[in-house]
Ligand binder design. Structure first.
Ligand SMILES: Nc1ncnc2c1ncn2[C@@H]1O[C@H](COP(=O)(O)OP(=O)(O)OP(=O)(O)O)[C@@H](O)[C@H]1O
Ligand SMILES: [Mg+2]
Length: 279
């Protein structure tokens, strides 16, 4: 059965999507069956994994996305006679990445923000849909949006684990108390669903951190200790190879331009995550 993990932080731009993509690719490359779920209206994970041109083609072809999955149907097309029911099998895109057939994508589009205006009854829909394909995957990675909303609840219900990327900078810790309270609230309200914290991973820090970065790491470590959250041994440093490999939808471990430091950081972090969550 799949192990489901949400990459989440109430702070934006910390590397949720970048790490979700690299981890998904590394897992698929090492033979695990992986489903990457894009649960952010910005749809950056879909764009990065498919590449911008293929992504636009998918949208123009009217392919169903996570939006239709949460709304239970796809709108009537010409000659279809009315709205059509949709299942997770209609939404998953296979053959996302040329180097491995093990990586699939549940894509997103901007209209996911519609769900925010009409959230009633949507909280468990993704969880129920993923349960139907749980035996098809070893790992499900859910890339989350940076603000708290019904999408956060949807991610919680669909996940067993939470992974929190943090960028060591001024106000790095700002999203963490919010995340802690939100998790606490969800756990109290829903004692039938158990979520575990995999931990915090530092991403996008300098190789030689200055005083500001050091101070922020200290703040994050203190907050993590207070909450009983662990911090990953492996850190992912700043590297130009991260955006470049996202643009090319390539695995950092396979690129010629990435240095061994960043390659080892990605594989080290991913392996540490797999060990923690039992993949
Ligand atoms: N380790 C890194 N080295 C260099 N650039 C990075 C690194 N991690 C992330 N970035 C860059 O930082 C920016 C933000 O990263 P990303 O989109 O992954 O963050 P996010 O948390 O998903 O953002 P959002 O909250 O908007 O969804 C991107 O331009 C990405 O390429
Ligand atoms: Mg993102």
């Amino acid at each position: 059965m799949s192990v489901n993990v949400s990459f989440i932080n109430m702070k934006g731009g910390v590397g949720k999507t970048s790490l979700a993509m690299q981890t998904a690719i590394y897992a698929a490359w090492s033979g695990k069956r992986v489903l990457a779920v894009d649960l952010d209206p910005q749809s950056n994970l879909s764009q990065a994994l498919l590449g911008p041109e293929r992504y636009v083609k998918v949208l123009n072809a009217g392919k169903s996305t996570v939006v239709q999955l949460l709304e239970d149907y796809q709108p009537a097309g010409i000659g279809t006679g009315g709205p059509q029911p949709v299942t997770i099998h209609d939404v998953i895109i296979k053959g996302v990445w040329a180097s491995s057939r093990h990586l699939h994508l549940l894509p997103c589009r901007l209209e996911l923000s519609r769900v925010l205006r009409n959230p009633a009854g949507k909280e468990r829909k993704l969880a129920k849909a993923l349960a139907k394909v749980a035996s098809d995957y070893d790992l499900v990675i859910i890339d989350c949006a940076p603000t708290e909303s019904v999408l956060t609840d949807i991610a919680y219900f669909a996940s067993r684990w939470i992974l929190v990327p943090v960028k060591p900078e001024f106000l790095a810790a700002i999203g963490l108390p919010l995340l802690a309270r939100s998790l606490e609230h969800s756990t109290k309200e829903n004692d039938d669903h158990h979520i575990e914290m995999a931990g915090i991973v530092f991403n996008h820090g300098d190789y030689q951190p200055g005083p500001e970065a050091k101070a922020s790491v200290g703040e994050v470590r203190k907050l993590a200790k207070d909450e009983g959250w662990s911090i990953f041994e492996h850190e992912v440093p700043h590297s130009k190879a991260i955006p470049k490999s996202a643009r090319e939808a390539s695995a950092i471990a396979h690129t010629s331009y990435a240095r061994s430091g960043i390659k080892n950081a990605i594989t080290g972090f991913s392996s540490e995550l797999f060990q923690k969550i039992g993949v």
